[in-house]
Design a binder for this molecule. Structure first.
Ligand code: ATP
Length: 327
């Protein structure tokens, strides 16, 4: 965990303590605690079923908190002042939440009225958001006639109608085409520059790496890491990734030839069929070991590449290590 800078409460947008959720006898979220600074974009990562959506539901008051759990949004306790707290949140859920038989503007109007906005304010804010999200010409379209990407833009507009300072986005760009993804990414960055705090879940490591200031990795209901992107990268400080594509699955003995395995700081080997990846802080030594091993075993190398390590590499390494602990 990134403990270097404790947050003081004035800097804090979200404080969550001991979040826990049981579905029957199964514990989906196991006492997660974290704080999120104002104006940060935080990416919540984790495998399918890790507990991200459940965590978000606890954070946004959709699930009641168990005794001993706390959520504060901008210092306000969600259990003591749920209405005030929810007015500080804009939520884009995993599934479309617009009414399909309403027009685009009727959906915006509905969201605005939920937050007590006047007709004039709804008109002004609604038109401005539709222009910002490229939906101005769809104002009177029926929502069911919109493509998935356009529906998602509408979901953003609905979440932003009451101009909340904190946004919670559950897989905001999941399953969208590259142009829609680009537009929504730009909007997320723009919203941060306007002072919003943004928490988003995603499976897209490149997206997280591009836009997040901080990442949280949830694994089997627990928080595995909660660190700034810089700290995450420093975990692999100076490490390089070597990818080799072979003519067959690598012969036995590659791991020991590389000196990979449990040795602290040693190279890490990942094999996927005939492709193998080595993350190493000693790239020249690893290259030489790979060369000698493939030569000795008469393995043909069709392609070899050396690159900087990425968030995805850190993520895969951590999840694999966690997996092997349980084996
Ligand atoms: P994904 O990336 O697939 O959306 P997630 O990280 O958001 O996954 P959750 O949806 O929070 O994960 O689910 C966490 C765990 O809780 C999973 O094992 C899931 O099967 C289980 N779960 C979720 N909702 C329910 C429910 N209503 N009843 C029982 N189990 C549930």
């Amino acid at each position: 965990m990134d403990k270097e800078k404790p947050l003081n409460s004035a800097d804090m947008a979200i404080r969550a303590e001991n979040l826990t959720k049981h579905y029957g006898r199964f514990t989906a979220v196991k006492g997660i605690t974290f704080s999120i600074k104002k104006q940060e974009i935080v990416g919540m990562l984790g495998q399918n079923g890790a507990g991200k959506t459940t965590t978000i539901r606890l954070l946004t008051g959709l699930f009641p908190l168990l005794q001993g759990s706390t959520v504060e949004i901008l210092g306000i306790d969600i259990e003591k002042e749920p209405v005030r707290c929810k007015s500080l949140l804009g939520i884009v859920p995993e599934m479309n939440n617009a009414f399909l038989d309403f027009t685009v503007f009727q959906n915006l109007s509905f969201s605005g009225r939920l937050y007590g906005m006047s007709k004039a304010a709804i008109e002004r804010r609604g038109r401005s958001l539709l222009a910002q999200f490229g939906l101005a010409d769809r104002v009177n379209s029926l929502t069911k006639a919109l493509s998935k990407g356009l529906k998602q833009r509408l979901n953003f507009c609905m979440a932003l109608m009451h101009d909340p300072p904190v946004l919670i986005l559950d897989e905001p760009c999941g399953g969208l085409d590259p142009i829609s993804v680009k537009l929504l990414r730009e909007q997320i960055l723009q919203l941060r520059s306007l002072g919003k705090t943004i928490v988003l879940t995603t499976h897209d490591m490149q997206e997280a790496q591009r836009i997040c200031d901080r990442v949280m990795i949830i694994h089997k209901g627990s928080l595995l890491i909660d660190e700034s992107l810089e700290t995450v990268r420093a975990r692999l400080g100076g490490a390089k990734k070597i990818t080799c594509k072979l003519d067959r699955d690598p012969p036995a003995g590659l791991e020991s030839a590389l000196g990979a395995g449990p040795r602290y700081d040693g190279p890490e080997l990942m094999v996927n069929g005939s492709s193998c990846q080595v993350i190493t802080r000693e790239p020249l030594a690893s290259m030489s070991n790979l060369h000698d091993f493939f030569h000795k075993t008469s393995t043909v190398v069709n392609d070899v590449r050396m690159e900087e390590t990425s968030l995805e590499d850190v993520y895969c390494q951590l999840i694999e290590k966690e997996g092997s602990k349980n084996d």
